[in-house]
Design a protein around this ligand. Structure first.
Ligand SMILES: [Zn+2]
Length: 197
C-alpha cells in the first residue's frame, strides 16, 4: 500500500500539548521530562478505479487495522527528528472520531510510553541525554470470534479472556454504564473495526 504522510494539525497539537502539560496533563510525567512527541497523519492512497466507500486502513498493527500506532524513536530517529516518540494516526479514521474519543486516543498512545527509572525513581537517560523510554503493553488485547463463543460458551478461550477484561474493568456493570453514557452515540461511526495500537 502506498501511504501519504502529513503533518499534525493544530487540533491534534492542542490535544497533545494539554495531555503532556508538565503541570496539568494526564501524562505530565512525559512533559516534565521534556519528552518530545511527534504526530503524523497517514493517508492510504487508493487507486483511481477503487470502489467507493471508506479507504483501507492506512495503519496495521500485528496484521490488524489500527487507528494509531506509537513508537519510541531509536537513536538515529532521535538524531534526525529531535523527537523521542512518534505517533502515527490514520487520517481518515481520525476525522470520524468525536472530540472526546480523539482525546482518549492520544491518551491511549502515550500510556504505552513508560519512563525508565533507577532504584531511586530517577529517570534514566540515553547516551544523547534524552529520557530513556520503553514501551508498555496494553492491559489486555482482545481477539476472538463471536461464533466460537456461540459454539463453546464459557469454554471458549475468547469467552474466558472477555470475562477477565470485564473483571479488570470492575465488571460488566461498568461496561454497561459506558453504553448508557453513549459510547458510539457521539460522532460518526467509521464502520471499520480498527483499534488503537
Ligand atoms: Zn495500544
Amino acid at each position: 500500500m502506498i501511504r501519504n504522510y502529513k503533518k499534525s494539525t493544530p487540533e491534534i497539537n492542542t490535544i497533545l500539548t494539554k495531555t503532556i502539560d508538565k503541570k496539568t496533563g494526564v501524562h505530565s510525567r512525559l512533559g516534565s521530562l521534556d519528552v518530545k512527541v511527534r504526530i503524523v497523519l497517514v493517508e492510504a492512497v487508493v487507486a483511481d478505479d477503487a470502489d467507493d466507500g471508506p479507504p483501507p486502513s492506512a495503519l496495521k498493527l500485528h496484521g490488524s487495522p489500527a487507528i494509531a500506532i506509537v513508537k519510541i524513536m531509536d537513536p538515529l530517529g532521535r538524531f534526525l527528528t529531535k523527537c523521542h516518540v512518534l505517533i502515527q494516526i490514520d487520517e481518515y479514521a481520525w476525522a470520524e472520531l468525536s472530540e472526546e474519543t480523539k482525546i482518549a486516543l492520544i491518551d491511549h498512545e502515550l500510556t504505552h510510553v513508560d519512563v525508565v527509572r533507577d532504584s531511586n525513581n530517577i529517570a534514566k537517560r540515553n547516551d544523547d541525554r534524552s529520557p530513556k523510554l520503553k514501551m508498555r503493553h496494553g492491559d489486555w488485547q482482545l481477539i476472538g470470534f463471536a461464533e466460537v463463543i456461540e459454539r463453546h460458551g464459557g469454554d471458549a478461550h475468547e469467552a474466558k479472556h472477555l470475562m477477565n477484561v470485564c473483571e479488570a474493568t470492575n465488571g460488566l456493570q461498568l461496561v454497561f454504564s459506558f453504553k448508557v453514557a453513549g459510547v458510539g452515540g457521539k460522532g460518526k461511526q467509521t464502520g471499520k473495526k480498527a483499534q488503537s495500537g
